[in-house]
Structures are given as C-alpha cells and as structure tokens.
Design a binder for this molecule. Structure first.
Ligand SMILES: NC(=O)c1ccc[n+]([C@@H]2O[C@H](COP(=O)([O-])OP(=O)(O)OC[C@H]3O[C@@H](n4cnc5c(N)ncnc54)[C@H](OP(=O)(O)O)[C@@H]3O)[C@@H](O)[C@H]2O)c1
Length: 263
C-alpha cells in the first residue's frame, strides 16, 4: 500500500528520470518531477502520470544550488509532510567525451563539482524529512563509466566519487531505517547519449551485450523504481550494474575468447 507516499526524482523531465517518475507514479507515489530548464518536458511527464491516474507536480530547481534544493524539499514538507523516496538522477553538466589531454580543468571540475553538489544538497535535505519517520529510500544514478578506462574521464571521476559517497550515506543513514543504493547504467538511449548513439555503438552492443541492444530509459526506470519504491530494505550500500549484460559477456569473451550461447 503506497497511498500518500511521495517520491522526488531529480532530472525527471527527460530520459531515465522521466521513465522512473512515470513508473513511480503508476505505483501510487505522488512524484515531484524536478527539472532545470525544460518546463515543457517536465509538464509532459506530469501529464502522463496524471492521465494514467497518478499524481505528480513539476518543480524547477537547480540541484547544484543548495538554496534551490532547500526550497524544493521545504515545499514537499509543507504540502505533503513526508518524503519516502529520493532518486538523484539529474545529468548535471554533462561533459564532452574527452580524454585527459583534451580537457580543461574548468570542464573537468565543473562535472565533478556539479555531480557532487547535486547529491550532497539533495541527500542532506532529504534525510531531514526521512529520519524523523525512520523510513526512506535513496537511489543514486551513477554510470558504468565509474570503473572505465575509456570514454569521458570527467564523467568517470564524478561517478566514481558518487559511488563512494553513496556507500557513506548508506552507513550514515542505515540505522534510521533508510536504505541507500546506486544504479550504474550502461548505454541508455536518451538525449544525453544521442551523440554517441551511432551504428558502430549499436553494432558493438549487439555483439557485446546479452540483451544485444542499447537500453531504453524504462529498462533503468524499472530497476531504479524497484529500489526506490520497494521493500528491498536488506540491500543497502550497493552499487548495481544495469548494462544489459555487457559486463558478463566481457568476462566470457576474455575467458573463452568468444561469445558462447546455448542456441
Ligand atoms: N544515457 C546514458 O547512456 C547514461 C549512461 C550512464 C549513466 N547515465 C546517468 O543517468 C542519469 C540521467 O541521464 P539521462 O541520459 O537520462 O539524461 P538526459 O536525458 O540528458 O536528462 C537529464 C535530466 O537532468 C536534468 N538536469 C540537468 N542538470 C540539472 C540540474 N543542475 N538540476 C536539475 N536537473 C538537471 C535535465 O533537466 P532539463 O530537462 O530541464 O534540462 C533533464 O531532466 C545521469 O546521472 C547520467 O549520468 C546515463
């Protein structure tokens, strides 16, 4: 029974956050659909949730801005009196896919700082609402880039820091009945991945992932919503890879030398 429960999803106007918001809305949560600039997109997500019989509202706030985040959670406290689930998903300062030699310190530090500022402010303010009720779920959206030696070094460093941050929060908040987990997506078809969504990438994923395709936002939304909305309280402090099976095939290919299948 989830009547009255409230979820805040950062960066929920588009992509993975939008899919997560729709799934939580269908599960009976009142969803606060946070966005930065694209009010139109956030309103579309709210309308879709309401059309399906759910409840949601858009809320503009730059998650890198502590005062803006505080205003958003104060609004939730004043209007709803509770926060059951926080999903930190906003794609802050998405960096170019550049190697170290090609990056300026400004670009690198903007990504690392904005990723951490967003989760820092959201987590602090969310815990103020969750702790008194001794209940809550926090899910961070990281990336398999956290462990990668390729792609964007700024994204890798930011997401690796996020993974460690999330484990600290899990230890810190666990005794208050709050579970904290991190989902690490592989390649997901969103606006953010449009520039790398090439025929070459799709061919690579056909050969190198169990699902043989790029992931859809809903693939991630279902996993995130399961941790944000479910009763998976015994799983906390975990970083869970959701990459359509790239990881497992990479192991198979490196051990056996080729992809093996049953058919
Ligand atoms: N797509 C992938 O392949 C992939 C892979 C691994 C990890 N991820 C991670 O998954 C998460 C979502 O990515 P996505 O691909 O779904 O992104 P996306 O389609 O680019 O959507 C980004 C969302 O974040 C919001 N946002 C950006 N900066 C914000 C800020 N400062 N404050 C509040 N909201 C902000 C945007 O708001 P507006 O609509 O207002 O601009 C938008 O709703 C990110 O953390 C990303 O690193 C994605």
């Amino acid at each position: 029974m989830t009547a009255g429960r409230v979820a805040l999803v950062s960066g929920a106007g588009r992509g993975i956050g939008a899919a997560t918001a729709r799934i939580l809305g269908a599960g009976g949560y009142h969803v606060v659909v946070n966005y930065l600039n694209r009010e139109d997109a956030a309103k579309e997500v709210v309308a879709a949730i309401e059309t399906a019989g759910g409840s949601a509202e858009p809320f503009q706030a730059d998650v890198r801005d502590g005062a803006a985040v505080a205003a958003m959670t104060a609004h939730i406290r004043d209007t709803r009196g509770r926060l059951d689930a926080l999903v930190c998903n906003a794609n802050t300062a998405h960096p170019p896919f550049a190697q170290l030699d090609e990056l300026s310190w400004e670009t690198f530090s903007a990504k690392v700082n904005s990723e951490l500022a967003g989760v820092f402010f959201l987590t602090q303010r969310a815990l103020e609402l969750m702790r008194p009720r001794k209940s809550g779920r926090i899910v961070y959206v990281s990336s398999i880039d956290a462990d990668a030696a390729a792609g964007s070094v700024a994204q890798s460093a930011a997401k690796a820091a996020l993974n460690t941050f999330s484990r600290h929060v899990a230890g810190h908040a666990g005794r208050s009945g709050i579970s904290v987990n991190t989902i690490s997506p592989g390649a997901v078809r969103t606006d953010a991945s449009a520039t790398v969504n090439t025929p070459e990438l799709r061919q690579y994923l056909r050969e190198r992932s169990v699902l043989e395709r790029m992931l859809e936002p809903e693939d991630l939304g279902r996993v995130i919503a399961a941790f944000a909305g479910g009763s998976l309280v015994a799983a906390t402090g975990q970083v869970i890879t959701v990459d359509g099976g790239m990881d497992v095939l990479a192991q198979q290919i490196s051990l056996v030398g080729e992809r093996t299948t049953l058919d």
